[in-house]
Design a protein around this ligand. Structure first.
Ligand code: PLP
Length: 408
């Protein structure tokens, strides 16, 4: 008997889209969100020069890199980390998995919507995954009341909440008031919080607030190079353990690392030093991306809203989470009752790939989907004359969705 696990839906949509484009069908890849931006030149050069660094690094991660990261995050968002409290791994995904794995049994609170991999990870380990509900009207935010509701389904003494902001799939962040209110409930219910802030540097208003600052007792912040540095395939993730995290949990995480992935790739860690060393350089590098992402994200949201596809304008990252509920009657008449059917039909008729709301923890009937608005080339982003000229695929994709809705 094998464990029940399927290929991650994000990777799957990418391979379906690739298969269609091999049949010479034009695909607008709104399904898979990957940064179109290259890492900074000094970071690229550093990786090239470190190709001969073939040795294993320490399990916890290169010490110089950990020191640079501590310094960088102190400046970026006031996080009180030290090199001792930082773990580096091949991606933040495996860090989140390792944190979950460190517990023998736990209730894992996972918001809906939330990133595709949290629930499968929790289930693989055998934890009790509990969805924390949210709505379009609540801007897809987790609220203290919903956390208390989720606690009614608890089975174990350990509770873990995975928060993610700016969010995948919603592109939204939390205000300071919201974070403080959540921290209060976390304290009251004694929750360990994994704060997935992988899109933190891509917060459009450039002041990303870290949950650990409001709940230093029990927060692990995860981040890395995959999004702001556009280097997902390099596999470099970071976990910052807040001051209240017990030494024994850290030792357990290092133990898991040493028996599984061993370390992040050494050349990538050496290159990452350069990304974290030059705070101002990295800040202006991400600011240029933010300008472009914000412009395209608000274009998509405005055009969709004009056509009764409800969506909140993004506040960070690459995604929006359009809700097609106002078109339900028409969609139902066309035989579309679920988000999967919506995405299948849309892809088959228009070549636009979206990722259905079911992937993010919703019941099949919620007619929503994630749209990753990063199907463009970095080169074009540099010109940024007009949205139509520079981001033709994004504009075409939005127009195709609207025309499809009008036509059904
Ligand atoms: N968390 C979220 C919300 C993500 O979107 C992703 C990547 O898609 C990850 C974590 C994993 O990132 P990494 O490349 O660091 O493993």
């Amino acid at each position: 008997m094998y464990r029940e696990i399927e290929e991650s839906q994000t990777l799957l949509i990418n391979s379906q889209s690739l298969a269609l484009s091999k049949q010479n069908k034009k695909i607008i890849k709104f399904g898979f969100g990957q940064s179109p931006f290259l890492p900074q030149n000094n970071v690229l050069n550093a990786l090239e020069n470190a190709a001969n660094r073939k040795e294993y690094s320490s399990v916890q991660g290169d010490l110089e890199l950990r020191e640079l990261i501590a310094h960088f995050h102190k400046k970026h968002n006031g996080l009180e980390a030290t090199s001792e409290n930082i773990l580096i791994a091949p991606g933040s995904k495996i860090l989140i998995y390792s944190i979950l794995l460190a517990f023998l049994e736990a209730d894992v609170f996972i918001p809906a919507p939330a990133w595709v991999s949290y629930a499968p990870q929790a289930k693989l380990i055998g934890h009790n995954a509990i969805r924390v509900k949210s709505t379009f009207e609540a801007r897809w935010r987790v609220t203290p009341d919903e956390l208390r509701n989720a606690a009614k389904n608890k089975q174990y003494t350990t509770t873990i909440l995975i928060l993610n902001y700016p969010g995948n799939p919603d592109g939204l962040t939390y205000s300071e008031t919201e974070l403080k209110a959540l921290a209060e409930v976390a304290r009251e219910l004694d929750i360990l919080v994994i704060s997935d802030e992988i899109y933190g540097l891509l917060s459009y208003n450039s002041t990303h607030l870290s949950f650990a600052n409001y709940y230093p007792e029990k927060t692990i912040t995860t981040t890395g190079l995959s999004k702001w540095c556009g280097a997902g395939g390099w596999r470099l993730g970071v976990a910052l353990l807040s001051s209240g995290i017990p030494e024994l949990l850290k030792k357990t995480l290092i133990g898991i690392a040493s028996e599984t992935y061993s370390c992040a790739p050494t050349p990538v860690q050496i290159a990452a030093r350069e990304a974290y060393r030059d705070f101002d350089g990295s800040r202006s590098y991400v600011n240029a991306q933010i300008e472009v992402l914000k412009r395209i994200g608000s274009y998509c949201a405005t055009e969709l809203n004009k056509n009764n596809v409800r969506v909140h304008a993004p506040e960070g990252g690459f995604y929006i989470f359009p809700d097609f509920t106002l078109h339900k009657y028409k969609l139902n008449k066309a035989g579309i009752f679920t988000s999967n059917q919506l995405c299948e039909q849309l892809l088959a008729t228009t070549g636009v790939a979206l990722l259905p709301a079911t992937a993010f923890g919703f019941e099949p009937e919620l007619l929503a989907a994630r749209l990753a608005f990063v199907d463009f080339e970095e080169e074009n982003a540099k010109n940024a004359a007009s949205i139509e000229q520079d981001f033709p695929k994004v504009v075409e994709g939005i127009r195709l969705i609207i025309a499809w809705l009008k036509g059904i």
